[in-house]
Design a protein around this ligand. Structure first.
Ligand SMILES: Nc1nc2c(ncn2[C@@H]2O[C@H](COP(=O)(O)OP(=O)(O)O)[C@@H](O)[C@H]2O)c(=O)[nH]1
Ligand SMILES: [Mg+2]
Length: 203
């Protein structure tokens, strides 16, 4: 769950962008990093690359412009991406540790559908290894690369990837043009804040 820093009165919320290789996860982070509005008084974290260049995990954190205070704690968001290739599965598991919310970035092209499905299955398996259950974690779907001519219809994407008991919000995006990037991020942050508010209300 979210990390609470009593000294600075901050609540750090971890969001992981997960998906197959080359679906646009890094592009999402880069776009958020260059376009996000943060209060003048707070610094935006540097977009940082962890580990080696072939096994890259990217992250940065920021306070949103309207930093929401939950019980006196300012909320800070930390965004992570995972390396796409299956050979880096150990890294993907490490990145998922302590995750609060997930953005699943799928590639909309027809010939990427199988890879999307497999990667989603891996996500569920990796969460299980960490004793986490996807059903308990807020997540949204982002169908990226809508600008490409062989993008499958949104209904088809939802049918293939978002067909569980509870359908989650899904967004179309062309991340390289910033389209859909903030719509996706706003929804997952809203869902997380809602969850923390109702969790803290219950205690
Ligand atoms: N046409 C198109 N290309 C994109 C889009 N988003 C990302 N890309 C490209 O897809 C490639 C892989 O993107 P990247 O963000 O590195 O994918 P990652 O492996 O998921 O991190 C790069 O060449 C991006 O420029 C998009 O919406 N449309
Ligand atoms: Mg990447």
């Amino acid at each position: 769950m979210a990390i609470i820093n009593q000294a600075t009165k901050e609540l750090q919320v971890k969001i992981v962008y997960y998906g197959p290789a080359k679906s646009g996860k890094t592009t999402n982070l880069e776009q958020v990093h260059s376009n996000v509005q943060v209060p003048e008084t707070s610094a935006k974290g540097k977009l940082t690359s962890l580990a080696t260049s072939s096994d890259r995990t990217l992250f940065f954190d920021f306070f949103p412009l309207e930093a929401v205070a939950i019980r006196g704690f300012k909320t800070k968001f930390a965004l992570f991406t995972v390396p796409g290739q299956v050979i880096y599965n150990a890294t993907r598991q490490i990145v998922l540790r302590g995750v609060d919310g997930i953005v699943f970035v799928a590639d909309s092209q027809y010939d990427k559908m199988e890879e999307n499905v497999e990667t989603f299955k891996h996500l569920e398996d990796n969460l299980k290894t960490l004793n986490l259950n996807l059903a308990d974690i807020p997540y949204v779907m982002q169908y990226n690369k809508r600008d490409l001519p062989d993008a499958a219809p949104m209904e088809y994407m939802d049918f293939v990837l978002n067909n569980r008991e509870v359908q989650v919000p899904s967004f179309e995006a062309s991340a390289s043009k910033t389209e859909g990037v903030f719509e996706t991020l706003n929804m997952i942050t809203r869902m997380l804040l809602h969850k923390f508010l109702s969790d803290s209300g219950r205690k």
